[in-house]
Each structure stands twice: as structure tokens, then as C-alpha cells.
Design a protein around this ligand. Sequence first.
Ligand code: PMP
Length: 404
Amino acid sequence: SWQTVPLAPPDSIFKLTAAYKVDKFDKKINLGVGAYRDNDNKPWVLPVVKKANELLLSNPNIDHEYLPITGLPEFTSAAAKLILGSDSPAIKEGRVSSVQTISGTGANHLGALFVSRFYSWGGDKEVFLSDPTWVNHHAIFKNVGVTPKTYPYYDPATIGLDYDGLMASLNSAPPRSIYLLHACAHNPTGVDPTKEQWAKIADLMLEKGHYAFFDCAYQGFASGDLEGDAWAVREFVRRGVSLLVCQSFAKNAGLYGERVGALHVVSPTQETGARVTSQLSVLQRSEISNPPTYGARIVSLILNDPALFEEWKRDIVTMAGRIIEMRKQLHHLLTVELKTPGNWDHIVNQIGMFSFTGINPEQSKALTEKAHVYLTVNGRISMAGLNTHNIRYFAESLDQTVRG
Ligand code: PMP
């Protein structure tokens, strides 16, 4: 058996990291990786996570029993409040079904599986994804028999949002279509709608009866403000758009490998919510039986203890602040010092970990081959890979690449 299994290509991001690792050049830079690095290019364990960890280890009552199928209750309820708001009427009315998942990827998968089983489509069984999006979105929906379609999102001419294209898609899609929306800090472009645009998107989705499948992988990490980064999701709930939210604690708590996340489905009534929860439990049981304990316990301690929560907010500001500072410095180097041809305002206008530089695939490849700067060929850079030691070298390399 397996003689006919074709060889799959390696994952492009992991391939990039492998090439970076074997490169001997002393000024090499890895801007492919989607994880926070401190100013010395080291992974950062959040001080609040260290504290929560110590509390956990010193607790003699911790055991290794299974969690309930839907996860650690004090984690899922606090996680729902974090994204939907502590005073969320939907939570108070008992209309939110929350399930602990294998980080954001698991939340996307469970959400996709749930809609694939239970959503009543107006047209074909398909989902609209932004063009471009996190590549895994395509695979996740295909895996559960939902066909990925794309909607216009990024406009290369402005290095900004193709708002008209997005609205035209919402208008022309079959009624009751599912749209996957990035709650904040769009990956890979770093381009988000403004509040006014979000409001218009919500209005049109309501009018067409579309369903919002929100993916929220960067709450707090985007702007340093947990509340602000949740604005779009809360506004959609307030306006009554049908939706679910996938939530990840990988970036904002630096818990990448611990796989902490949740799926929250908002239903119109408590009674519907109970049925949704029951079906999510059935799906979860057959997939993973029950989620892992460690990361959920850490996040639960942080979310439920006011002092730890305040400390977490400060840690988030440290991460988001360093990234915003790198944006400012890169913009200054390109526009003021090097006078690099072109407009670079998008570097400071984009939000979150990633920035679409606007350079083309040939230029991206040249940056890697000539300057040992590793980035995806679409010109996306991870701002977290820049620091005060390497930013000048990067700006100079980008400048030379653009000048050709
Ligand atoms: N959604 C988006 C848009 C992402 O960028 C990521 C992380 N790259 C995820 C979901 C999932 O990440 P994780 O499974 O590590 O939480």
C-alpha cells in the first residue's frame, strides 16, 4: 500500500525557516515567522505567564484528569467575555456556546465542521475567504467539504483595502452566504477596514442574511488594546449579524505551542444555543474527546484574577508597542533617511504582526538571495522579526531591492 501516495510539497513558511537556519551569513534576518520575538530576536515568555505557571505548579490540588468535552468552564466563560465584552447581552442571555479548542486552528476547524454539518446555505456549500488570507483557511474548509471562494480584499494599487470590491462581493453573493472575516490585524496584509467600513459591511451582511465567520487570532496584539481589537466582533453582535468567533491565545499570551483557543457561536435564543452546544460537544468528542489542560489553566488564571489580568495587559502593550515602534522606525528610515522611491505610509498604517510591503515576488526573492532576508514571496514581512539591531540593514536592503 501507499505506492501511489504523491509527495506533498513542504509548508512554505516552515521551509523558509529551515533555509534561514542553515544560512551562515551574520546579518541574516527571518521575517517569515509568525511569532513574536523580543528586541534580541528571542522568543518571549510573558512575565504574567511565568507567574501563572508558578501558581499552577505550587497548587497541590492540580491533577491530570480529563477536562469536560467542551473544555475548562472557567476558561471558556472568561474567554467569551474577553472577546464579546464583560457586559455582553448575548452572554447574559445565555445565547453563546463556547468550546475550548486546539488554539485558533482548532477553533477554525470546529467552526468549519459545524457549519458544514448544520448551516442551511442559500446556494452552494461554500465559504467566502478574503483574497488573500491565512493559507490554512482554504485547507480547513476543503477538509470538511466546504468549497472556498474568495472575495476581493487587498488592492495592490493602494496597498490598502479594496472596499468597493468587498462590498460588491457581499452584494452579489447568494443570500445567506458565509463570509470569513479577520476580526483585527488581517493576516497576511495588515490591512483592516475602518470602523465606518465595518459598520457598512455589517449593514450589508444583515440585509443579505450573510453569516460572519470571525477569526480572531490577534486580540490585543494588534493595537495593544484588548477592547479596541474586539470592536468589530462586538459591533456585529450588537447589530444582530449572525456569527461565530474563533479565538486564539497563541500570540496575545505567547502560548503558541500550548494550543489554547476557543470557538464561540452566538445564537438568537438561549434555547437554540443549548442545541448548538450539544452538537458542538458531539463533534468535539469524535475529534479530540476533550481539550488539553495546561494552557487553558494558565489563561484561566490570567483572565480570572484582576491583578494578573492587569499585568497581562501591560505585557501585551510591551509586545504591540515594540512592533508599532519598529513600524515607525522602518518608515522613518525609508522615507527620511534613505529616500527610498515610492510611498511607504502603509508601513505605519497597517496593523498587527504582519506588513505587506508591496514589493513583487521577484523583489522578494532578490531580498532573500542577495541580502539573506527571508520573507514569503508575496512580500509579507513579520514586523516581530525586526529589532533595533537589524532594522537599518533591512531598510538598506529593501531600498537597494526597490532601486533594482
Ligand atoms: N487565524 C489566523 C488568521 C492566523 O494568523 C493564525 C496563526 N497564524 C491562526 C488562525 C491560528 O493560529 P493558532 O492555531 O496557532 O492559534
